[in-house]
Structure formats: structure tokens, C-alpha cells
Write a new protein. Sequence first.
Lengths: 241, 241
Amino acid sequence: MTVAKDISGGVALWRRIADAIRLDIVGGKLASGDRLPTEAALAERFSANRHTVRRALAVLADEGVVGAEQGRGTFVRSARRLSYRIGKRTRFSEGLAGQARVTSGQLLSSRIENASAAAATALGIRTGAKVVRMETLSLADGRPLSRATAWLDYRSFADFAGRYTALGSFTAVFASYGIGDYSRASTRISARHADVEETKLLGLTPGAILLVSEAVDIDVAGQPISYALSRFPAERMELVV
Amino acid sequence: MTVAKDISGGVALWRRIADAIRLDIVGGKLASGDRLPTEAALAERFSANRHTVRRALAVLADEGVVGAEQGRGTFVRSARRLSYRIGKRTRFSEGLAGQARVTSGQLLSSRIENASAAAATALGIRTGAKVVRMETLSLADGRPLSRATAWLDYRSFADFAGRYTALGSFTAVFASYGIGDYSRASTRISARHADVEETKLLGLTPGAILLVSEAVDIDVAGQPISYALSRFPAERMELVV
DNA sequence: TCTATTTGTCTAATGAAATAGACAACTATT
DNA sequence: AATAGTTGTCTATTTCATTAGACAAATAGA
């Protein structure tokens, strides 16, 4: 991939270079263990100074994506991007089947609030009605993979948060409420930069790109049961429809 | 949305502020005609200097998203983000039904090349086999909405480019080859920054975020017919599954 | 061992990003 | 007409991004 030089557009050159190299790695163009081109070669390729390239490499080294060895070169350390499967039957842990050994969900906080217009429309209730709001972080093999906010109708799921803390998965909590099966009604996908809190919780470098999924799950009767806004680091995940 | 201050992460503050405000607008929090908070208020909200906010607003004004009026305030000019529907039967023009009046596709270039490993796997042919590569740009109401690269098996679609120039749509060209119906086998979605060429063709400001969709279409017999890599500006589009 | 190649470190200079403060120009309201 | 609130413009200063050059330190191969 090539990168702009003269025009910055508010994104620093070292950052664009780091993004371009990371893309080659997570996209599979460079495999684990491969040696990157030399700093001089990269500087030429991106029409940048060697110091600027070094800064980009330092960021990637910090992320654990590459590692430099004096006298030898810089080598690819990390693996490919994970794929998250989206379909009628979307479950977080199952979506990553076979790609990560351990997945876990963790409740950051929860509270009762009045439904925003968006949440109310999605859940089929009136704006301002009481809803449970859950802030969660999901991990795979110990690495944070998504930061999600979910809203549920308070009348049906008053103690959702308590049960989630005990059970650790949405699917399990729904089951405890007698909802043995549920499915995905709609998913809207967009992308934006991460904000401070997301950067911190997901262990990203500031300015990282997030894939944002806005999903509504329904029970077998077609009744909306949850409205969730999930944020995935684009550099570590891709969504598969 | 909040925004980082102290830590830049290689993305300039004015750019992050512009992105945050644009997100509020295309996300529907601010409607067309609404007055934005005053520059002073925005400066406080983002913990930034008023001049930095002014630079962000200048960018948005340049994009036509907002307009400032001396003595009165700054107002929202543009509309919401378009939704692009993805499913079993995905057609570019139909995906935008009801949201844009005129959609058109334009061939930038095409050539015969040897299939990359990714393209070969997707199309079910051997690596290095001859494929037709199409570079296209799609517009809705005159505004560029996607930049796509598509690969097709040369043995079946040798003259795809010629027919596309004449017919202006993939669906029409497939029909001319006797493929009356086809469907989407898989879609992978990721996100990254736009490169120079994409920035220019899509009319974006440098550093803009793209949603990248990697799709395989198959005919009724299940035979892969095309492999396409489409890039959508995240600030103008969202994908709906 | 010698040499070419590669990453690591230091100093310096230039331009862009961000902050700060002051005041002009315009609008709407009283 | 006066006033408060808002955007527009100017000057100045500090911090960060980028370029430039030189040389040290480690590695691999002849």
C-alpha cells in the first residue's frame, strides 16, 4: 500500500506508515517470521525520512506486531486478524470458534436509565421507558477484542447485570430467563476512530480505527430482546457476513 | 462523543474533533438545519482551544457538512449517512433503493492479469490463471460512494470490461452472459485509512476512514463468478446486514 | 579477521499543530 | 440605539512532526 506524503489531512505520516505496514501483516502479505524491508528501503517506499519510518516501527514493536534486531533486521511477530462471524444466529463466543482458545466477557458497569430514541425504536418500547444498560468488555485468549454497550427492557430483564456477572455470557443469561434461542434481526456496520476510553480498555494506540456494529437480537416470537453497540479494533478483527 | 487531548496518537486534534462532530451529524444526533453549539462551547467540550475547533469546523464547512454565519452561529447543512444493504441478494443499485435518486457505475480501468492467491481461492481457480481485473467507481446522485476492484475468471468473462462500459452495471453484464440470477456467498468487512488514490477519487479529506468489503458472488449453481474488494467512505455510508 | 549491511543513538533545523489573548464584524433582542 | 452573543482575524508562543546528517553497535558472510 502507498501513502500520502505532502498532504497530511491531520494524520501524522508515522501513523499512516505504521497503519500501512500493519495492514500488510494482518492482511497476510507478510507472514509471521518474515523480515521486513530495511528501514532505508521503507523510507524510500513511503518517501519519508528513515527516522519517521523508525517511529512507525517503534509503534508496531510496542504493539507486539514486529520486533527489531540490531544488525539483522526487523521481523514480523504477530499473526493474522481474527474473523467474527455475523449471521442469523450470532453468538460472540461461537463467532470466534476455532480461532481463539479462551473467550470471556466482563461487566464493566451497568445502570438503569431512560431509553434514548434509538434504543426505544430498536427495542420496540416508548422513548424514556426504563432500560438496563450494560457496559462490557470481551476478551479472547486474554486480549480485549470488543467493547460493547447493550440495552435491555427493564420490565423483562431487571436483574440482567447480576446474572451476567455470575454467568459470563449473554446467551447463558437469556437462557436463565427462559429464552432458549434467539436470533439476529439486524446489524448495521460503520467505522470511526476510537475515543480515549476505548483506546485504554482495548489496549490500542490512540487514533486506532474501530468497526462499530449496531445490532438488534430478537426471541423466537420476533420480540426484540436486546439492542447492542459493539466496537471492534479494525486492526485485530474483521467481520464476516 | 468525547475525544483525546493530551495524547495525539498521530491523529491531529482538529481532525478528531471534526470526525466527532461529523459523526454526530451523520449519526442523526444533529439534524439538518440545527445550530451547532458555539465555538466556545465546543472548545470546552473537547478541552481544546477555540482556534483548534475553528479549524475542525473549517474542514466540515469545506466538505459542505456545516456552514458558519457570522454573528448567528454554525449550522448543519448535510443529511444523514446512506445505508448499504448486504444480504444473499446484494445488488449495488438496489442496496441504496429509496435513498438516492441516481446511481451509476463508471469503469476506471481494466486489464488481464494472473490471479493472486486470494483471488484464485475466492474464484476457485488455480493461482496465476488469467483473470479480468476491473477498477470501478460508483456514484449516487453524482457523489462518489464506492471504489471497487473486481476479479473475474477470464475463461468465462473475457469481454466483461467492454460490456460493462456499455451497460453500466454488473447485474446487467452478468445477464448478458446468461446469468439471470446470482447471490452473495460471503462478505468480509474491515476498516482502514484511505490511501492517496482513494482519497482523490472518492473526494475525501486525507486520513478518512474506509469500510472495506471483500465479497464473493456465486451463480445459481454455486459457481463463484466474481471476487470484489469495495471501499466505502465510513463518513458517508454504513453497511446493513 | 575484515567488510558490508543493518539497527540504534545523538544533534540540529524547519514547519505544522495547538494554545493564548485581544479585538473587529455581524446578528438578534431589548 | 444599545447590548449581549456569536463568528472572523490578527499576533505571539510552545510543543510536536519531519527532515537531515553523522557515527556507534551488532550481525552475517567472505
